[in-house]
Design a binder for this molecule. Structure first.
Ligand SMILES: Cc1cc2nc3c(=O)[nH]c(=O)nc-3n(C[C@H](O)[C@H](O)[C@H](O)COP(=O)(O)OP(=O)(O)OC[C@H]3O[C@@H](n4cnc5c(N)ncnc54)[C@H](O)[C@@H]3O)c2cc1C
Ligand code: FES
Length: 290
């Protein structure tokens, strides 16, 4: 049985209004929020997300980062909704729908139960959840984490703490070289692969350019990669078509946000992005093949 066999979206998408149980500052621009939502926590798998309604502002998608003491998500402050979210405190109310979308599918037991997890920038939340779950399922886990600087390494301490529980190797990279390797999470993954490429699977989340570069790297090793994609979302449940990608009409909110990278190769993955109006723009990033 895979993790998604229990998934029944139609049963669990009704919105609830719920109090914030706790807020922690994780990096200068990211806070983690824990909310009371047992119905979501009970069903959620790593890679799934919630639509968070910030009263009076907007409803925005956020990946689930933990279901331990309530449902947790971690939001970087980038615009109106996340700025308002960052002002909220314990006891304030949020609206929430979820868990939504399809999460990571954990591979079946193999002789080599070693998994590579790669997170870049704001991609740490689903990867932190996946690391906890993978360890619980008996996988040995290596983690590659990247950010612009040491201060922005999201959930650094959480991954570090997991070293006593099942994270075998934890390698970081920063754009400015303030911690770990100078470079991106793909450089951290390259370092891990150079020393031991015996992974049965790789799960990743981060900027789309990073995911494309990681896919190019992993093809050389024939390691299957699942990526969690971001697209502008409105309904979050497959109705409005706003988050559609060029892959047989797949909606990122419903058929994703997690996809097998192999299936994305013929799509607009790494090629275009869409703004709030739905207009397509070419995706700009530094390719590791150029
Ligand atoms: C499945 C999924 C999971 C996500 N998980 C996280 C997470 O764990 N942590 C995190 O910090 N961010 C996450 N995001 C991105 C987050 O939803 C946006 O940063 C947020 O919506 C910004 O809202 P805003 O009003 O503060 O900023 P705005 O000024 O409205 O937007 C800033 C940028 O955020 C993006 N964005 C805005 N609204 C949406 C939307 N409705 N759907 C998708 N992208 C949007 C756009 O790229 C936009 O240019 C996720 C996005 C998706 C699709
Ligand atoms: S956001 Fe409406 S279909 Fe995905």
């Amino acid at each position: 049985m895979t993790m998604n066999d229990n998934f029944n979206p139609s049963a669990i998408i009704r919105p609830i209004v719920t109090p914030i149980l706790g807020v922690t500052t994780e990096t200068p621009r990211t806070k983690a929020f824990t909310i009371s939502a047992p119905s979501i926590g009970k069903h959620a798998v790593p890679g799934q997300f919630v639509m968070v309604w910030v009263p009076g502002i907007d409803e925005i998608p956020m990946s689930i980062s933990s279901v331990n003491q309530g449902v947790e998500f971690a939001a970087a402050r980038v615009g109106d909704a996340t700025t308002q979210l960052h002002k909220l405190k314990k006891g304030d109310l949020l609206g929430v729908r979820g868990p939504l979308g399809k999460g990571f599918v954990f591979p079946k037991a193999t002789e080599e139960k070693i998994m590579l997890l790669v997170a870049g920038g704001c991609g740490s939340p689903p990867i932190a959840f996946a690391a906890t779950m993978a360890i619980r399922m008996g996988f040995v886990v290596d983690v590659a984490l990247g950010a612009t600087s040491k201060a922005e390494l999201l959930f650094f301490n959480r991954f570090k703490d997991l070293e006593t529980q099942g994270v075998r190797r934890f390698v970081v990279a920063t754009d400015d070289g303030s911690d770990g390797l100078l470079g991106t999470s793909v450089d951290a993954a390259t370092f891990l692969l150079d020393t031991d490429p015996a992974y049965s699977a790789c799960l990743a989340c981060g900027p789309e350019g990073m995911l494309v570069n990681l896919n190019t790297l992993l093809q050389k090793y024939s390691i299957p990669l699942q990526v969690s994609l971001e697209r502008y979302m409105k309904c979050g449940v497959g109705l409005c078509g706003h988050c559609i990608i060029d892959l047989e009409g797949s909606r990122v909110c419903h058929e994703g946000p997690v996809f097998d990278a192999k299936n994305l190769e013929e799509s607009d993955f790494g090629k275009v992005t869409r703004d709030a109006t739905g207009k397509k723009e070419p995706l700009q990033f530094e390719s590791n093949t150029s």
